[in-house]
Design a protein around this ligand. Structure first.
Ligand SMILES: [Zn+2]
Length: 356
């Protein structure tokens, strides 16, 4: 019995800066020898005596004494965080990190950038850095940001296997758009935004939806020539009575008369959901890590996958890292141009560039 008390007193002392507690030792002893419950009053005195002696010893002495009892100290190893398994892994894992180069990477980008990397490393897969840069109007890419992002990833220890720039793939997206029109999965809508909204809000199709594919192909060609910005968009045929109005015949291509894009001055641009859906298929992406705020993208893109009879990648969602007070890329860009911030590495921006 004495040995058991001593064992628990030493173990407790070693774990807690050399000071054992009689109460803890009592509990440990009782869990080992429950029948002692009736004799607490007696054994607590023994425990207190042993604890007092043990607490006088140095750390080394406590360890030696424990070993002389024939007990190796049970060191609790801190649990290592394991990278979870991906579901449905069949062949080579291919994942992508797809930032818009309209600024350097922010803290919010770190999570997807790194998690994709962790998974790819675990499965010895392919890491695609894809520049989702098909917005020449609002979230306009910055020429230098393509390199900034590559540098940010080097700093994070991420080594992409492949780099894809969407703005250099516009012709590919046009090809798929035509295919989709031929499959009767898309149409060119020339309704005004107001009349379109009125119809779609009441779950009614517009007149363009029932046009023949030949007419739609003609209209699609006209988007590159005669139609002007705002006069025509290519829409994906979805469920016009879908409970979420944002899914109903969502726009896939639009016209931008004056492209402010640093790499391309084209006039017809795919919207994010279209380009992303095509690329995930073309580059054989197997698993997508998506911000929980973008779960609607799945619902939209699956229509394209169904028309083409492709298999949709496995999708996992991660929370969005919001750091209060940190500006969006567009806000930051404006503040930098006004001189309110010293540059993209201004620490107030919370960019990786600022941390480096
Ligand atoms: Zn229409």
């Amino acid at each position: 019995m004495k040995d058991k008390i001593l064992k628990h007193a030493l173990l407790n002392a070693i774990s807690y800066k050399g000071k054992a507690s009689a109460k803890v030792v009592l509990n440990k002893l009782l869990s080992e020898l429950p029948h002692l419950k009736d004799k607490i009053k007696v054994i607590i005195k023994d425990i207190e005596k042993v604890v007092k002696e043990v607490n006088k010893l140095s750390h080394e002495e406590q360890k030696n004494q424990l070993e002389s009892l024939g007990i190796k100290q049970e060191i609790k190893k801190p649990q290592e965080r394991q990278i979870p398994d991906l579901i449905n892994v069949k062949n080579k894992v291919v994942m992508r990190f797809a930032p818009n180069p309209n600024g350097p990477l922010s803290l919010g980008h770190c999570r997807p950038a790194l998690w994709n990397w962790f998974f790819v490393q675990k499965y010895k897969g392919t890491y695609i850095l894809r520049f989702d840069d098909t917005d020449p109007k609002v979230k306009i890419p910055i020429k230098e940001a393509y390199d900034w992002i590559k540098e940010d990833l080097v700093w994070l220890g991420v080594k992409p296997t492949k780099i894809v720039i969407q703005s250099s793939r516009l012709k590919t997206y046009y090809k798929y758009a035509e295919e989709l029109i031929k499959l009767d999965g898309a149409y060119v809508c020339t309704c005004s935004p107001e009349s379109w909204k009125k119809l779609v809000d009441s779950k009614k199709p517009c007149i363009c939806r029932s046009l023949k594919k030949e007419e739609n192909l003609k209209r699609f060609k006209s988007m590159f020539k005669t139609y002007k910005e705002g006069e025509a968009v290519l829409r994906i045929k979805t469920d016009i009575s879908h409970p979420n109005p944002a899914i109903r015949d969502w726009p896939a291509f639009r016209i931008v008369d004056k492209s402010n894009h640093p790499l391309s001055k084209e006039k017809v641009w795919p919207l994010l959901n279209f380009a992303s859906a095509i690329d995930d298929h073309e580059f054989k992406v197997t698993h997508i890590l998506r911000g929980i705020d973008l779960s609607i993208s799945d619902d939209r893109q699956k229509y394209i996958y169904n028309y083409f009879k492709w298999t949709y990648p496995e999708t996992m969602y991660n929370g969005k890292l919001l750091v209060s007070g940190i500006k969006s890329s567009s806000e930051a860009r404006e503040m930098i141009s006004k001189g309110e911030l010293s540059g993209w590495d201004d620490p107030r921006l919370g960019t990786i560039k600022a941390l480096r």
